[in-house]
Design a protein around this ligand. Structure first.
Ligand code: GLV
Length: 396
């Protein structure tokens, strides 16, 4: 009998037995204060769209082909005119530092190592420049339509100056969806210290210790532009109050043209939920749409993005690239989306659980697992390249 070597590094020990994204979710749930975990994990209202995003992938199967010489599998593809080793983009997440003090710096570094784009949120807790300072990789910047268009123009200029590659305009947030877990917990950002938070903090000492030692969490990109007027961006406020006071519900297609005049690079419209709007986006000449219901955090009852991929691909052909965002937890989900006509997938919670569970190494772990998963699934269904991923491999 041989004994297993005892792993002394606690993070490596934690990751040793992680076989899936849902394992990381379980660890993140244990390690993060409940309010923080629920902010990351939760969806709008009855969370039907949140559940549907993953369940819809579960309803799609494969028709595996065999004897196809899959000794060499390569999931590389092209996205926005540039090569990509795996059809995956790290989705933007707001307020990432609540999951780990490194916040957005961790996915920026991990995605550079993996050669994948990382999308920085407008509501990030590290700034456009701070993130660029730690990564020479592909960075995208997610834009919300603030009432103050001057602020949007400034953010776009800063993203261009910092060599961000693409703008991702989020269009599903006219007002904020009602995330009832946040309402019940009174979740505010930055997390405020109340009796509940203190108790929660006491039972999550690892998180609390890291949180009190790190510099104050703030909306780093929009410091001084919060609802209370000039401030350092650290005033606690609920996301709903913040969003509803700052975001412009009058955003319309004309604003896409406005953005185009200010940005020379590609534009991705994120939050498209119908074929009709995908067609309008293609007519507007945007380079890509992200089919997305904001991870089930906006309209409860919105369709699962994976169910839109095939009809949108039929309607827009090769006029525009299609990114499927929402519910991606496994490499097989990415393979399904590509076979149905997507160019790539976006995933947010998948890497966020990794960050909450094990910091930057947790994000590395997720990206490696998804890469392995994609290669294994491709081999098992008889596809050597993404060009081999065609709808006939899919069973509905
Ligand atoms: C921010 O975009 C959020 O969904 O919380």
């Amino acid at each position: 009998m041989r004994f297993r070597r005892i792993e002394l590094d606690p993070v490596a020990r934690r990751l040793q037995r992680v076989a899936s994204v849902s394992d990381l979710r379980r660890i993140a749930k244990r390690r993060l204060p409940r309010g923080v975990f629920d902010y990351c994990d939760g969806g709008a209202e009855d969370e039907r769209s949140l559940a549907e995003n993953t369940e819809a992938f579960g309803r799609i199967g494969f028709r595996p082909r065999v004897l196809r010489a899959v000794g060499k599998v390569d999931p590389a593809t092209m996205l926005l005119g540039r090569p990509l080793p795996l059809p995956l983009v790290l989705a933007p997440t707001g307020f990432t530092r609540c999951a780990h003090p490194d916040g957005e710096l961790a996915p920026a570094r991990a995605s550079e190592r993996a050669g994948l784009p990382y999308t920085l949120s407008t509501l990030a807790t590290r700034s456009i420049e701070e993130v660029r300072a730690v990564s020479d990789g592909r960075l995208w910047f997610q834009v919300y339509a603030w009432r103050d268009r001057g602020l949007v123009a400034e953010l776009v200029e800063r993203a261009a100056a910092a060599h961000y590659e693409a703008l991702v305009l989020t269009v599903d947030t006219a007002v904020l969806g009602r995330r009832e877990r946040d309402v019940r917990r009174g979740f505010e950002m930055p997390p405020k210290l109340g009796i509940g938070t203190l108790l929660d903090g006491a039972v999550h000492p690892g998180w609390t210790w890291a949180f009190v030692r790190s510099d104050p969490i703030r909306f780093a990109n929009v410091v001084g532009r919060g609802p209370g007027g000039p401030s350092d961006g650290t005033d606690p406020v609920s996301l709903a109050t913040f969003t509803n006071s700052q975001f412009d519900a009058n955003l319309s297609w004309g604003d896409v043209d406005w953005l185009r005049e200010r940005w020379a690079g590609p534009i991705v419209i994120k939050g498209v939920q119908t074929v009709a709007d995908a067609v309008l986006a293609a007519e507007r000449g945007v380079e890509a749409v992200a089919l997305s219901n904001h991870g089930g955090r906006q309209v409860d009852g919105a369709p699962a993005p994976i169910d839109l991929v095939a009809p949108v691909a039929d309607a827009v052909g090769d006029r525009m690239e299609i990114i499927c965002d929402g519910g991606v937890r496994r490499g097989s989900d990415i393979v399904k989306a590509l076979a149905l006509g997507a160019t790539a997938c976006m995933a947010g919670r998948a890497w966020l659980y990794g960050l909450g569970a094990a910091g930057e190494r947790g994000v590395d772990h997720v990206l490696t697992m998804l890469d392995d998963d994609v290669r294994r699934t491709m081999a098992l269904i008889g596809a050597s390249t993404v060009a081999d991923l065609t709808p006939d491999l899919i069973a509905r």
